[in-house]
Design a protein around this ligand. Structure first.
Ligand code: AGP
Length: 620
């Protein structure tokens, strides 16, 4: 949530307009993290030693217009900070937007995270005659840094003392008018990455914002503070001792974060699903064997593990529901999927015999991170399934399996979800083969997984059929998704995709549960999307379809080719290639993603950046 960036160069002559352009360009790459307001603050190096700031409610394009006005004539500016916001404290408006200035206007900062004790700190500062303009927790940090700066006249000491008083999460970029030759960056639980270049340096919440300038990066750890100058970067640990960190080279293709001719990132990412799945399989397939390169989670541990708990949020949780279902059935040990935000406070029954699997695309989701920490505290081994390399969840878990989906930009996840599912199938094959001492199991699971990409391709090739169905139902007020067993897990994800980007009310229901209350909402014309890929319960789902149809519902049914019985009970059938039982959810989710996409497009919704959402959710 929220994207921050800092940039400093010693290019001469340096115009303010250039610094603003670089900051804004970086913010455009970070906009997926939050997009209700944006702002930048720039340091004037000579003469007055002043901070110039612009900020506004709305998107980055609104900021560009302001920047052109304000910065075109300013010279001698070499450094600045920027922010794109997802509001937590205070509505999205110009005043609550970042950067926030200290009372004397000598310090400006941007923040990603939440300060839990901000009211106490605000009270403390108010007693010392500080006044506040905004409702944000961030403004309190700016004033607090100033309070200590006035005492010490030392920016490093002031930032350290102030941040030591903060409870909560933060990544901060701070500038001081009196020190135009440096930026300060510090973090706890929110990401911050330094980008090293010649004659200039920068940092940001995400590598993508810096790829145009550098591929040499350093990830800051919790409590580390970076003093960033144009020709040097000094990193201090929490005791203010200097630490040496070796830069890592990023090998990503910078184009990965471009739309490549598609109207939306979501469409591009749906189309990339066959590749995402293929790459994930080939990273861990070693001939007919599966090798995740796990170090801490040994074969011995997997052989004896007594129960498994999968924790995640949103779509990653839905992948976990599929996984839990398959794991429990095949391994015959208790396996459950839990929503991370509930898990943390549920006094979970886990111990050293439990394997906790945390699934997260971003590797940054705070609820999932806290669930991971809780599991570790209780003695459980932790394994994460993460897409973003080097992210906090990946680093803090005992072992990590990286999905190979590549950068995912659209808020609605598609290719990362598909890659998570395939990792779960392979992991199941791996554990099962260890427990049964039978290598052929791995080879069988691998073969099933290898069939997925071609089936995804065949669905994506015929997407016009789904587009047509979307055009028929674009004006629905409410849409129900039903299914049993794995199809229920699928229904959860299909329904989330639809409500997330089209704003149509939607419910996912286990088909057998409808008659216990929800069926009262079905009336003539209500659209029900029924998944019928789980063969053992096909007949039962068929009966549930008949029940809703006899109450006037219109039904789109998804099933494997050949289930002709469906033709007489559903209004429309979406035929899927003949996939295995296990891989059904991977195949059937694609028409659901497409349906959500086309309906949202027809309704004119902002598909890649749906209202009120952000790609990475780093608040509780
Ligand atoms: C899915 O489309 C959502 N954007 C959301 O539910 C997401 O899956 C969830 O916030 C978890 O994110 P993560 O995978 O990055 O942890």
């Amino acid at each position: 949530m929220c994207g921050i960036v800092g940039y400093i160069s010693n290019n001469s002559p340096a115009s303010c307009e250039n610094v603003a352009k670089i900051l804004i360009k970086a913010l455009e790459k970070l906009e997926y993290r939050g997009y209700d307001s944006a702002g930048i603050a720039i340091l004037e190096s000579n003469g007055e030693k002043k901070i110039h700031m612009i900020k506004t409610k709305g998107h980055i394009k609104d900021l560009c217009a302001l920047a052109a006005d304000k910065f075109s004539t300013l010279e001698n500016c070499r450094a600045g900070i920027g922010h794109t916001r997802w509001a937590t404290h205070g509505e999205p408006n110009d005043v609550n937007s970042h950067p926030h200035m200290s009372y004397s206007k000598e310090i400006a900062l941007v923040h990603n995270g939440i300060i839990e004790n901000y009211l106490e700190l605000r009270e403390f500062l108010t007693k010392h005659d500080y006044k506040f303009l905004s409702q944000t927790d961030t403004e309190v940090i700016a004033q607090l840094v100033e309070y200590y700066y006035k005492e010490t006249h030392d920016p490093v000491k002031a930032v350290r003392t102030a941040t030591n008083m903060l409870q909560g999460t933060y990544a901060l970029a701070i500038i001081f008018a009196e020190h135009p030759d440096m930026l300060i960056a510090i973090r706890k639980d929110s990401p911050l990455i330094l980008g090293l270049c010649e004659n200039r340096n920068m940092f940001a919440s995400d590598v993508s914002a810096m790829l145009e300038y550098t591929r040499d990066i350093i990830r800051l750890s919790d409590y580390e503070m970076a003093i960033v100058k144009a020709d040097s970067v000094t990193i201090l640990n929490r005791f203010d001792e200097e630490v040496e960190k070796t830069p890592v080279k990023i090998t990503w293709d910078a184009n990965a974060a471009e739309k490549d001719g598609y109207d939306h990132f979501m469409m591009k990412e749906m189309m990339q699903q066959p590749t995402a799945v293929r790459n994930t399989i080939s990273r861990y397939a070693n001939g007919t064997r599966i090798d995740f390169g796990l170090k801490s989670i040994t074969r011995e541990y997997l052989k004896n593990v007594r129960d498994i708990c999968i924790v995640a949020c949103g779509s990653a949780y839905h992948a976990g529901v599929v996984g839990a279902n398959l794991f429990e059935k095949a391994l015959r040990i208790p396996t459950r999927a839990q929503i991370a935000s509930e898990f943390i406070y549920s006094d979970p029954l886990i111990n050293e015999n439990t394997l906790t699997i945390v699934i997260s695309q971003s590797g940054e989701t705070l609820d999932s991170l806290q669930a991971l920490r809780k599991a570790k505290e209780l003695g459980s081994k932790t394994l994460s399934i993460v897409n973003v390399e080097g992210s906090i969840i990946a680093i803090e878990s005992d072992d990590c399996i990286y999905t190979q989906a590549g950068p995912e930009i659209a808020v609605a996840t598609t290719k990362a979800y598909s890659a998570q599912l395939v990792v779960l199938y392979m992991l199941l094959g791996h554990i099962l083969s260890i427990r049964n001492d039978d290598a052929s199991i791995e080879s069988r699971y691998l073969s099933e997984c290898m069939e997925i990409p071609a089936m995804l391709e065949s669905i994506l090739e015929h997407k016009e059929h789904i587009q047509h169905l979307a055009s028929l139902y674009q004006n629905c007020e409410s849409i129900f998704y039903i299914g049993r067993n794995l199809d229920y897990a699928l229904a959860l994800e299909g329904s989330l995709k639809l409500k997330e980007i089209s704003y149509i009310h939607s419910e996912a229901y286990a088909s057998g549960e409808l008659k216990h209350g929800t069926i009262s909402l079905i009336k003539p014309g209500t659209l029900v999307i029924a998944s019928c890929t789980y063969e053992p319960l096909f007949e039962k789902t068929l009966s549930n379809i008949t029940e809703v149809r006899s109450r006037g519902a219109e039904v789109i049914a998804l099933a494997r080719e050949g289930n002709t019985k469906l033709e007489s009970v559903a209004d429309h059938c979406v035929w899927l290639p003949k996939c295995s039982q296990m891989t059904g959810p991977s195949i059937a989710i694609v028409p659901m993603q497409l349906f959500a996409y086309y309906i949202a497009a027809l309704r004119g919704c902002e598909i890649d950046k749906p209202r009120n959402l952000a790609k990475t959710v780093t608040v509780e």
